[in-house]
Write a protein that binds this ligand. Sequence first.
Ligand code: SF4
Length: 603
Amino acid sequence: MFLKIDLNAGRVRKYTFDKKILKEFIGGEALATYYLYYNLKKGINPLSRNNQLLFFTGPLVGTSCQGSGKCGVYTKSPLTNYWCASYMGGMFGAYLRRAGITGLIITGKSRQPANLVIKDGKVELIISKKLWGKDTNDTTDYLKKKYKGCSVACIGQAGENKTLCASIITNKHRAAARYGVGAVMGSKNLKAVIIMPMNKLKLFDEENFNKTSDNFRKLTQKSTILSKELPEHGTPFFLDKVNKHNALPVKNFTLTHDEDSIKSKDLDKYAEKSYSCFACTAKCDKRAVIDGKEYGIPEYESTGLLGSNLLNHDTITLIKANDLCDKLGMDTIDVGNLLGAAMESGRIKWGDKKAILDTIKKIAYREGIEETLSKGLIKTAEEWHAKNLIVHAKGAGFPSYNPFNAYGMGLHYATGNRGANHLTGYMALFECLGLPISASNNKSTHGRVELVKFLEDFLIMFDSMILCKFMPAAYTGLMPEPVFNFVQKIKVDLGLVALGLKIPVIYPAMDYLFSDLLKMLYYSTGNKYNMKSLVLLGEKVNNLQRLFNLREGLKSDEDNLSPKFKSINIPLMVKKYYKLRGWDENGVPTREKLKELKIKKII
Ligand code: SF4
């Protein structure tokens, strides 16, 4: 069941998708793309009551499948002005689905600060100023006490103040962090969504679903990544790998390696507690206890952006900076990029521990020079006349992989429909992590265009069934550990890997490899899919998102990286990318392509 909540009138009604649409678009990202393209009016102000904020689950969410606890948040971004999606782990998605709700569509604006409470299948909008002004930790503690056993997704002061890098936080440290989704929630005067304990989930064939999910879980337990690296170190285990591959953001992305960088083991020393998302055993959410207080240990992206990128080599400052961002409800990636620009401009000293923490607070409260920073990277560059300092694509700061030594990642930052993003075209696997193999030359363009397009289309399925993006790592469990360790040392020209995409048996081979996922999708929905149909769906969704962005005024010169990166010839790769996608020289999907994908274009 989907619910449409009109905050203007405080009214809730069921929203029904056509059965054919539900079958084709599955859920999560694909369905949200369909909905927003056809239902959001062109040109609306993302922070006005006309914007819509979607919390969607997918057919795997809330099931026994490992990694199935995530929830997607979708809207028009106030940071980029384009389509956006951001995902949060924890319990929220699973609780929502187990409350019998597949998705929430939130429209309008509440007259006054309010919380949305979902209990026993009913939704109530409760006007309350009590929590306005409180951070996400205090808000969560208060609501968890009041609604025993609930899950909370809330904003902090940054969202209330409509800071453009504001996030939505659940479980205190799990974030739908990116593209200002928290500012959209704040603009609706919505402080928190609270979901009360769950019912049993109805699946098409529960018995077979559970058998298959058991198999899948066993496979995850054979994977070194899911059974060792993540449980022992959390995502910061990437840090040493990326530094070794010379692809770390260092000194506002001017360098790619930091000999003095904080290491994964430095953070391990502080990790006293570990938490998992719903139905997961990987426990990658680490917490530190310092002077009797609990702090969230930063994930990999935050360690790079708030650590080496700022020449911050102090582990405690890194932990506190990350924790502060979570409490105030801000995206550590964009904050790290904003602080990097402020340091490179000379406004703050490199690695200044006190200034890092003070500036983070001021960005959330929009005070002093930080009022400029709170408007995002593009506005900051305009106001400071400093286009060369900022690091972004379509206004979104770069994640923690430095394109100076990862050309494929750079291409995807440029072409991504959300702006710079790592999880939608994850070339970092080959260029920065060596998982499972490494690119032989990170500064080569060989195979990048083909692989970026393929990954962009392929990965949509995970955000649509909604499955944690670490779960495909389960398939490394098919290799015995010594073989996996050996494979990781292999370096390959990515041009050869891209050639592999043309092998005629590629899709049957993928059907075989991902058979557990395909089965679970069937046992959950009763609909049969194969990998070819899912990759094709990914292509359709990417085209719909592109049309959404073009309708909002996107120009082809925005498919690029900020001027600092002009030595990487992104425009040349983008030209080839357009051709491969069947788009014209301005990056507009051709009539033939839309016909092939059965897309009805609207204006
Ligand atoms: S791997 Fe980590 S982020 Fe993914 S579902 Fe498990 S605990 Fe959550």
